[in-house]
Design a protein around this ligand. Sequence first.
Ligand code: ADE
Ligand code: ZN
Ligand code: ZN
Length: 258
Amino acid sequence: MKKITVVVLVAMFVNTLCANEDWGKTGHRVVGEVAEKHLSKKAKKGISELLGGQSLALVSNHGDDIKSDRHYDSFGPWHYVNFPFGEKYETAPKNKKGDIIQGINTCISILKDEKSSKEDKAFYLKMLVHFIGDLHQPLHIGLGEDKGGNDFQVRWFNEGTNLHTVWDSTLLNFYDMSYTELAANTDVLSKEEVAEIRKGTVLDWMYESRLLCEDIYQNTEVGEKLRYDYAYKYMDVLRSQLQNGGIRLAGLLNEIFG
Ligand code: ADE
Ligand code: ZN
Ligand code: ZN
């Protein structure tokens, strides 16, 4: 094999190993698109001014796109939080480099601060859209010992993968719908139901994901071959997490731009 071919193959392999894209592009876009449908007029205007008319779906993956630029390495730990089952976030040892809760709170503070530059506001708005998505991926509220399921090997039908990837993207891709189709086919909710979902704090929403994470660990064995029944069991959970993420993101943005 030519030297250049070897270099290209190695680069492709390394890229595959590193291609950990959280919810996957589709999941983040669904959260953005659902949020868009729940925005107030004022929030729509404020967001449009910051993003130059780009949709929330379009900017929702910026948080992952910048991972390829080392300049943004410090944002890495903001995508998740890990602590042992049975412990509370508030009392568990914190990652000094930050976590998803600190990340979301920082985004909100910068967006609310009149002194923040337009450029900073636009950047942290994109990051907030992304992190509210991650907050609703149960494995992003995970365990440190297996890196949020990244080291939890399973099979998806005949292919080797890990539990984190199954929840980031494999399950959703298996559903085989575009982000616009998924956002257009969310559960039909009354005003009261939407208000109920919007209620609570970022921490409350994190604990909901945490409960799901515990359920997933109770129902999945290392090395297990996951197939149709797994998709059947969890597809509605996944769809509801994406819808809740969108509704809550809109709630935060309506408050920030209100
Ligand atoms: N890296 C380490 N833990 C992680 C988690 N819970 N989610 C995503 N990436 C991680
Ligand atoms: Zn992920
Ligand atoms: Zn992420």
